[in-house]
Write a protein that binds this ligand. Structure first.
Ligand SMILES: [Fe+2]
Ligand SMILES: [Fe+2]
Length: 276
């Protein structure tokens, strides 16, 4: 990717400015006002698991910086993303710390393990758009319905960060598509990600989908997730619409993605000849 003017022609300065404008600070969280009585064991366990799943960005960042090193624009923005994503488990673990919960370095090390990147750059960007939207919806549910007010406030900040991350990955995906040498293949990859996310989340191999796979079955956490409406169903339509806008396709949650992917197959030889 050639960039002639790093400040004038890249997406990064605008995204950086947006991030700076809405920056929230750890020291402004009213830690002393945590209401211990409002915290159930299920909520505590859920927050611990959410914090764990947030740790994967360390590994993801390393991969972005190596696998996509030729994209100077995106990799600069990854620095902002990594900073903000590191702050998320920091805030959640601090909340738990005030409740007497401790985690050690091994917890952090284990949390950093993440599934391998997809070979497709478009697929990676779309995976991240979706996972940020799912994360944002989860935090929005926590912000709306968690019984503990300080956690609600943290969750509100995190929901905002994740929504902005989704929007940022979106603009990088759109730019990638605009400049793509193989737009049809990229659009198919995007639909494939969307299909796999909903047909079998585990196949996409993203920490957010792994999170749901791991915890929906565990009774105390599963119950808390259900009470908070912390599930995948909520943003499905919005995700389909957004990816539809990205690909210039009419998509809603009920669309047949497999049939749609077929329409994006490269034309076969017969039709090639027919055109000449
Ligand atoms: Fe996060
Ligand atoms: Fe995020």
């Amino acid at each position: 990717m050639r960039v002639d003017d790093v400040i004038g022609e890249t997406l990064y300065p605008g995204l950086f400015a947006q991030a700076e404008a809405v920056r929230w600070r750890m020291q402004d969280i009213p830690w002393s006002q945590i209401e211990r009585g409002a915290v159930t064991s299920g909520l505590r366990q859920l927050v611990r698991e959410i914090a764990f799943s947030e740790l994967t960005t360390a590994t993801a960042t390393r991969r972005f910086l190596t696998d996509l090193a030729d994209d100077v624009d995106l990799t600069q923005w990854i620095a902002v993303w990594f900073y903000e994503e590191t702050k998320h488990p920091h805030a959640l673990l601090t909340w738990l710390h005030h409740l007497g919960e401790r985690v050690d370095g091994q917890f952090v090390q284990r949390g950093r393990a993440t599934a391998p990147f997809m070979r497709s750059r478009m697929g990676t960007l779309v995976t991240n758009i979706i996972s940020e939207m799912v994360a944002s919806a989860g935090y929005a549910a926590l912000a709306a319905r968690a019984a503990e007010p300080v956690l609600r406030r943290i969750a509100r900040h995190l929901a905002g960060d994740e929504a902005r991350h989704a929007a940022s990955f979106y603009v990088y995906a759109r730019r990638h598509l605009e400049r793509s040498a193989e737009p049809a293949a990229d659009r198919r990859d995007a639909l494939k990600v969307l299909y796999l996310w909903y047909a079998g989340s585990a196949l996409v191999g993203h920490p957010v989908s792994e999170f749901y796979g791991r915890h929906e079955q565990r009774p105390e956490i599963g119950e808390t997730m259900a009470q908070l409406g912390f599930n995948l169903a909520a943003p499905r339509d919005r995700i389909f619409q957004l990816i539809g806008t990205l690909l210039d396709l009419e998509l809603d949650g009920s669309v047949d993605l497999v049939a749609l992917m077929r329409t994006l197959e490269p034309p076969d030889r017969t039709s090639d000849h027919g055109a000449t």
